[in-house]
Design a protein around this ligand. Structure first.
Ligand code: NAP
Length: 286
């Protein structure tokens, strides 16, 4: 059974923070939801829509009331924010995040968290290419995976409690090391974004490109490039914070595209078909 928290603090009431808040409310998982952030007007807007109960645009002693803190800001802001808020927290509080990169955040935070407070990295594998609480909705995490990256010193009771929380939001929870998380998500999430951004740019940069041809774009181009509409700053930060893994995967795509180009150049139809069939079989097995 999921624990019911007294006060869940959400730092960064954007798309993911807003979705968490809506589910917490709908499933009655907290007595109160308090939003924190840097923009009073936006926080007030989220409160007006009933996503959060109250808000603060400073990290102050009101945080002492929170028994669960979820940091939902862009990845680069997460570690500095956790370091800023932990001195205000009461003993027993659990702090987690939803960032798409884990190792650099966990490394920066672990030694800064005082005794009595737990930090457990998290990453729900769910989202959209939209941003902001206006785009949030209930049920985003239903039947999705949420990765938790407990540290060596994480108390198992706290990890169990956070795991029950995500389960109550409908997610399947998987625990793994931050390094493993970053390696896996470089391949299956970060790389597709890098390729989608680059594919759109490659087409636009083609000699003689005329934007009117985009009106002929149908399923293929649209499906493949949906995520190229994602937030550029957020993805810049993810690329920088998972740099080595992302570079490895980009190199791998370059090699794989070159392999295909060689087969096409050589007119090797068997090889072209073999490559496409391999891909089709993998995609169909998902
Ligand atoms: P978002 O809609 O842009 O929300 C980010 C929120 O953080 C906004 O409320 C923003 O508020 C606030 N914020 C930004 N910088 C801040 C700072 N320095 N201090 C305090 N608040 C700040 O982004 P999102 O899509 O929810 O993504 C949030 C996190 O979830 C990211 O770490 C991302 O990696 C992760 N994630 C995203 C997805 C996805 O598909 N979108 C999926 C899984 C995980 P203001 O700008 O109004 O101040």
């Amino acid at each position: 059974m999921s624990p019911r928290f007294k006060n869940i603090a959400i730092v960064g009431v954007g798309l993911i923070g807003g979705c968490v808040a809506r589910d917490v409310r709908e499933r009655d998982l907290a007595g109160k939801i308090t939003g924190y952030g840097r923009n009073a007007k936006r926080l007030a807007g989220a409160a007006e829509q009933g996503i959060i109960d109250s808000w603060h645009d400073v990290y102050n002693d009101s945080l002492a009331e929170a028994d669960l803190v979820i940091v939902g800001t862009p990845v680069r802001a997460i570690a500095p924010i956790v370091c800023d808020i932990v001195p205000h927290l009461s003993s027993g509080a659990i702090v987690t995040d939803v960032g798409s990169v884990k190792k650099s955040i966990v490394d920066a935070v672990e030694s800064r968290v005082p005794a009595g407070v737990a930090f457990i990295g998290g990453h729900p594998i769910a989202g959209t290419e939209d941003s902001g609480y206006e785009s949030s909705f209930a049920g985003l995490f239903e039947n999705r995976v949420c990765v938790l990256t407990p540290g060596q010193c994480s108390c198992s009771r706290d990890v169990d409690s956070l795991e029950s929380f995500w389960r109550a939001l409908g997610a399947e929870v998987v625990r793994m090391a931050p390094e493993e998380h970053d390696r896996i998500f470089a391949a299956i999430s970060h790389l597709p974004h890098m390729v989608a951004f680059s594919l759109v740019n490659a087409i636009v940069n083609m000699q003689g490109f005329d934007s009117s041809i985009l009106r002929y774009s149908a399923g293929g181009f649209r499906d493949f490039t949906r995520i190229a509409a994602s937030d550029p700053v957020m993805w810049r930060d993810i690329a920088m914070m998972n740099r080595d893994n992302v570079l490895d995967t980009i190199k791998h795509v370059e090699d794989t595209l070159s392999e295909l180009a060689r087969a096409i150049e050589a007119g090797d139809e068997n090889e072209i078909e073999r490559l496409f069939q391999k891909s089709r079989d993998t995609r169909r097995s998902i």
